[in-house]
Design a protein around this ligand. Sequence first.
Ligand SMILES: Nc1ncnc2c1ncn2[C@@H]1O[C@H](COP(=O)(O)OP(=O)(O)OP(=O)(O)O)[C@@H](O)[C@H]1O
Length: 256
Amino acid sequence: MTTAVAAIIQLIDVHKSFNGLEVLRGVRLAITPGEITVILGRSGGGKSVLLKHLLGLMSPDRGQVQVMGQDLANLSEKQLFTLRQRFGYLFQHGALFDSLTVGENVAFPLTEHTDWHRARIQAAVREKLYQVGLSGILDKMPGDLSGGMRKRVALARALVLEPEILLFDEPTTGLDPIMTTTIGELIAATVRRLKVTAVIISHDLGLAFSLADSIAFLHQGQIISHTDPQSFRQSRLEPVQQFLQGQPDRLETAEV
Ligand SMILES: Nc1ncnc2c1ncn2[C@@H]1O[C@H](COP(=O)(O)OP(=O)(O)OP(=O)(O)O)[C@@H](O)[C@H]1O
């Protein structure tokens, strides 16, 4: 007999609309602790909206989001703030604070959320920057860095609190293939070393298949497939195959 592992995050029939546009239409998703779950789906399909629900940055019109057994709707702002400290997140346009140095940017979560002394913070910041391959740029300003470097600084900032859950929205967009592999390996190594849980949105199928323990596919506001990468690749669902093969919609092709 196998014992089911309790989900660390659970979305139960989550609905979300914006001005009449139904983006999430009954999302059901259970995230297994200690795994990397990659969320795939068409552009504009609601993946980022879904991710924001996991942090309580957006709340569902209907349905429930449970994180570590707590229904986010029952938490006060203060409790949500405390819960968010257990997450490390990197959003699509992972903005750095332009007026702070790289070192100050990476230190920010530590100065905000811990009472660590300066030397301990500095050591943690140096270690994280080293891990993303960016030693020796502590005093640079974000404006002096390339897009890929800024992304890696944002990643170092997301990891610095050594959080239990990592949420990454397009962590490798704008990076060259070598840097994409490096960042992918860093994420995988971090998840395995710290035994954390990661939920990653990516358009990079190579990265998705190399990283994922499971792939959840968001289509027309619902998760229509959530399975291991191998089974996902062999899915008989038409929207999944269309996505994997990069086929345009029939309507578009009919007009040619
Ligand atoms: N705060 C908001 N107010 C109004 N509409 C929003 C808001 N946030 C997202 N949307 C809309 O929700 C839809 C889904 O957006 P979302 O960014 O989640 O898509 P996505 O799947 O992450 O897309 P991509 O892969 O291109 O990043 C879009 O139509 C977007 O305009």
